[in-house]
Design a protein around this ligand. Structure first.
Ligand code: BGC
Length: 723
């Protein structure tokens, strides 16, 4: 399955979009999809490597660009602004390879160029690019293979660039280049080794000028040559001897045949697709878009490490500065749980590793237990900016409340831990830290709620729910319901621990006593939920008194805020317009736990659908899933299409900032839980399919409790069988 992109002119904005869509990664590092011959370097993103930055606290550091090649004919660099060319690029989802074919004419001659590149799925440090060139009509040509160390992180509308690294050493020996960097805060070191193998050349020389270093090969003007550029990246968290290791590896890899490296990589991707086994007969476009989303979701997981950091925009771009949000646990994680539970574990292990920091966050904010940050970088402290300057002089500043107020993330993580356990049955994870997360987050809520005497209920004041148009609200329905559930989980796992010695040791270690558990139970039973007799739940307390406004008058969906008059937009926080699924999401996540009726879910769905802008790409997948479960097939399918094409069609206009991990995961949920109607719990697999009528046959393979199942739907009938 391939995606093809053709160009006859260079366009910076298009190239930045393709940089995301054609990103290749193996979870350790990512090479973005810019064509290697274009004079544009966006740099390399290396997982875990963050550095301090004003405003955003810590951000993923943009490290040197490693993919570049440059061609010079008769002393002049290939020009892509006025010369004629045809460039065709192809991403093969089946094999994880990007190919580029270029025909270029100029300076009295022409050249044909073909390349393929990969970021090796198994050999974690390796990026390679192989290019074949045919020149005609020139006297002399040079080929340059280089690393660009001029790149850094841009912010404030690209007015400021911060370079997060210094180059500590550059060595060139035995035709191998070694570059060692360290981040400014000294936390990370990264070694990059580069070696080129070329079929023929007249002269070979090394250069290091103006932040660009590499090798130049001169060849005859009418010739064919083949070059392979190998790059090997090692971080200090992989090995203390990162420099030596990168050199050793590159040496070794150059001795292995390209064919073998290629086969290992493509073979590994083939196994991925066999394992997922997706087929949708009758809708190959949807199948392809789902595979595209799966491809990028799987690329960003490092299967060699105990835990993986999964930023909201993957390793594909600098959106949200590489921070991790609830997108990871609530939207993306279910995809991994069902297809790659071992990756899901690694994702949750990130939160385990940072549990102590979450406890410190709670302490700093005056609470007990563990409070996870709304945005997290590598160190687990709150990384949400409080204020974002829109210009260099700080004349225009936006105040951001999410870091202080979107506290629901703490319950979202506990929810995800339980979901993982229910579907995988991974007891060792629970023992290692899952239980601690559930208990410590419950402790947080017990200290966070307030008892309201008038209501004789517990309330949560001054938060922001998933709907970010309304800060400082009381009793946000989503937050209260998720907190209630978090507390219930803690009670449930305490009771389980009473019957399990190993688990009980954790209860002891955390000094949990029966009084504390009784309090959790009491709060969860007496949590205030702003719902009314007419079956409608209020987004938050007082929401129904706000000015009403309908954003979606019919089934043709208006995405974003551009359809809303300025006069309304200016006071959006005083209207009933919401940004994304929130009450509807709560029902989606918890309907099987609380047995919400179809009427109740539908009533709230109908109310909120009309008032949601879907300005976040997280919204439509959830609405699509719920619409499908409700049997609203046409509406569900319309929304699902928007969700699966969020990046491929750049629906949100910001694909250049990276891949939308949450919406990609969410669209898989809409497919599995919405259309296929899967219901998976500790008791087994159940399903009530609601697939579009033109899907003649659907097949996918999932993993539950360590077993693999083939799920098939044909003629509206679903079959699940163990394989
Ligand atoms: C959404 C959040 C989301 C964040 C990162 C925001 O626009 O409102 O829910 O976590 O983007 O994707």
């Amino acid at each position: 399955m391939k995606l093809t992109f053709k160009d006859r002119v260079f366009s910076l904005s298009r190239e930045k979009k393709l940089a995301t869509l054609l990103t290749l990664s193996n979870g350790r590092f990512a090479v973005r999809g810019v064509f290697e011959l274009y004079p544009l370097s966006l740099g390399t993103l290396v997982s875990h490597v963050y550095d301090y930055v004003p405003i955003f606290y810590r951000e993923l550091a943009v490290l040197p660009e490693v993919s570049k090649l440059k061609i010079i004919v008769d002393g002049k660099p290939l020009d892509f602004s006025s010369s004629r060319f045809q460039l065709k690029r192809t991403l093969s989802l089946n094999s994880g390879i990007v190919e580029a074919a270029l025909k270029w004419k100029g300076y009295g001659g022409e050249l044909e160029y073909f390349s393929y590149r990969l970021v090796h799925r198994k050999r974690k440090g390796l990026f390679l690019i192989n290019a074949t060139l045919n020149f005609r009509g020139y006297d002399k040509a040079s080929l340059i293979s280089y690393i660009d160390t001029s790149v850094g992180n841009y912010f404030i509308n690209d007015q400021v660039m911060i370079k997060h690294y210094v180059v500590e050493q550059v060595r060139h020996a035995n035709d191998t280049l070694l570059l060692t960097l360290r981040t400014l805060d000294n936390k990370y070191k990264v070694s990059i080794a580069m070696k080129n193998r070329i079929s023929k050349f007249h002269e070979r020389s090394f250069f290091n000028e103006h932040n660009v270093l590499g090798e130049v090969f001169t060849v005859g003007g009418n010739s064919s040559i083949e070059i392979t550029k190998y790059v090997y990246i090692v971080r200090n968290i992989d090995s203390k001897n990162h420099a030596q290791d990168s050199l050793k590896n590159i040496q070794k890899l150059c001795e292995i045949s390209l064919n073998k490296l290629f086969r290992e990589h493509t073979g590994s991707w083939r196994r991925v697709w066999r394992r997922i086994g997706l087929s949708i007969r009758g809708d190959k476009h949807v199948e392809k878009a789902l595979k595209f989303n799966a491809f990028h979701l799987l690329q960003v997981i490092d299967d060699n490490r105990e835990y993986t950091i999964l930023p909201a925009r993957g390793l594909h771009g600098l959106g949200y500065r590489g921070h991790v949000f609830w997108d990871t646990e609530i939207y993306a994680l279910p995809f991994y749980i069902l297809f790659y539970p071992e990756y899901a574990r690694k994702i949750l292990m990130f939160r385990c590793k940072l549990l102590e920091q979450a406890k410190e966050n709670a302490r700093r904010n005056g609470y007990r237990g563990a409070q996870y940050p709304w945005e997290s970088a590598d160190d687990g402290f709150e990384a949400t900016p409080k204020e974002i300057p829109l210009d260099f002089f700080g004349r225009r500043i936006i105040r951001i409340w999410t870091g202080e107020e979107e506290q629901h993330i703490t319950a979202d993580i506990a929810y995800a831990v339980n979901k993982y356990y229910e579907i995988t049955g991974d007891k060792s994870f629970m023992k290692e830290c899952g239980l601690k997360i559930i208990f410590e987050t419950a402790r947080f809520w017990a200290s966070r709620v307030k008892y309201d005497e008038l209501k004789d209920l517990y309330v949560i004041e001054n938060v922001m729910g998933p709907d970010e148009y309304h800060p400082h609200v009381n009793n946000d329905y989503f937050t209260n319901l998720m907190a209630k559930y978090n507390l219930e989980l803690a009670v449930k796992y305490f009771e389980k621990a009473l019957k399990n010695n190993e688990w009980f040791n954790i209860v002891r270690e955390l000094n949990i006593n029966e009084d504390e558990v009784r309090l959790w139970d009491r709060i969860s039973k007496k949590m205030f939920l702003p719902c009314f007799k007419n079956n409608l739940c209020e987004e938050f307390e007082g929401y129904f008194n706000l000015e009403d406004y309908v954003v979606q008058p019919n089934i043709n969906i208006n995405i974003g805020e551009k359809h809303i008059p300025k006069s309304i937009l200016e006071k959006i926080d005083r209207t009933q317009i919401i940004k994304q699924a929130s009450v509807v999401l709560a029902h989606y996540l918890l309907s099987d736990k609380y047995g919400f009726s179809r009427d109740f879910i539908k009533k709230n769905f109908d109310y909120y659908f009309k008032r949601t802008t879907h300005a976040s790409s997280l919204s439509l997948p959830v609405y699509a899933a719920v619409a499908a479960k409700l049997g609203l097939k046409e509406l569900a399918y319309t929304m699902f299409k928007y969700a699966i094409y969020a990046d491929l069609r750049d629906i949100y206009g910001n694909v250049e900032d990276g891949f939308h991990v949450g919406s990609a995961g969410g669209s898989w949920q809409a497919f599995l839980y919405g259309f296929l109607g899967l219901e998976i719990s500790e008791h087994g697999i159940n399903a009530l399919p609601n697939i579009p009528s033109h899907w003649r046959y659907v097949k996918v393979k999932i993993n539950v409790h360590g077993r693999s199942y083939l799920v098939e739907v044909s003629d509206g009938v679903l079959r699940v069988r163990e394989i």
